[in-house]
Design a protein around this ligand. Structure first.
Ligand code: CNA
Length: 240
């Protein structure tokens, strides 16, 4: 049987589906991932991308951080693709209980998903590190250079988890709850090398595990079905 039909059958049979995804879910929306051939880690910058996206670097060199962050990440945030749209549709059908994402682009919400657990936060939320005033993504995009607070002129930072920072406990606990109570887990567009996010899938204890990723991952051996194709194409063909 072809893999699309197999996956469709699993989705039909499941009552509680969770989707766990990463940057590969948004590459078909034009947002580069980190580790693909053309991903951000393959480009030459003044500093390695992992260094720039660390908490230590952010507070020491906000100019360089924002230069990279604005031109290489948030500039590309555009429109949801068929993966985001199909996952929102599955939630409306009462099949999908949660999307757990490592992405910070907000495209799942834009597509209409409501239970989105953002492991690494969101570029759509920003706040002043001194007084806590909130700012939109637009504010950050439109400010030249480093965004500063209108009230106290302090640094505004994205509500994203930078390297060296911890994931929020409530985000971890809701992910564990969703993963340990679903019967079908679909993992897609993630290299599964970023921890602790990748370790969360160990909490899955349900019937079927599906992996949709262009490349091999360390969890391939755990999967009941592996589809090594662009995930947007897979969801389009599913025709949910
Ligand atoms: P990654 O390490 O870059 O891995 C992406 C994986 O997806 C790779 O294995 C690719 O082969 C695969 N892939 C790429 N495109 C597709 C596609 N169309 N269909 C199927 N597979 C595809 O990214 P991870 O998410 O695993 O790493 C976690 C980091 C990346 C998180 O901290 C994110 O915040 C961060 N990130 C997020 C965004 C975003 O918000 N859109 C963009 C870039 C990086």
């Amino acid at each position: 049987m072809d893999k699309i039909r197999l996956l469709r059958g699993m989705i039909e049979k499941a009552d509680r589906i969770v989707f766990f995804g990463g940057a590969g879910v948004s590459t078909e929306s034009g947002i580069p991932d980190f580790r693909s051939d053309k991903g951000l880690y393959s480009k030459k910058y003044k500093y390695p991308a992992e260094t720039i996206l660390s908490s230590r670097f952010f507070y020491k060199n906000p100019e360089d951080f924002y230069d990279f962050y604005k031109t290489s990440i948030i500039a590309y945030i555009s429109k949801p693709n068929p993966s985001h749209i199909a996952l929102a549709q599955l939630e409306r059908q009462g099949k999908l209980t949660a999307v757990i994402t490592q992405n910070i682009d907000g495209l799942h919400q834009m597509a209409g998903s409501s239970n989105v657990i953002e492991l690494h936060g969101s570029s759509h939320r920003n706040y002043c590190i001194n007084c806590g005033k909130n700012y939109s993504l637009d504010y950050v995009k439109k400010t030249e250079g480093v965004p500063r607070c209108e009230l106290c002129n302090s640094l505004v930072r994205p509500d994203v988890v930078l390297y060296g920072e911890s994931l929020k406990p409530e985000v971890l606990s809701s992910s564990i709850e969703a993963l340990s109570t679903c019967d079908l887990l679909i993992i897609g567009g993630t290299s599964l090398v970023v921890y602790p996010a990748a370790a969360l899938i160990e909490y899955f204890n349900g019937e079927k595990l599906v992996l949709i990723n262009k490349e091999h991952t360390s969890k391939d051996n755990y999967a009941d079905l592996i589809i090594r194709r662009p995930i947007g194409e897979v969801f389009s063909e599913l025709n949910l």
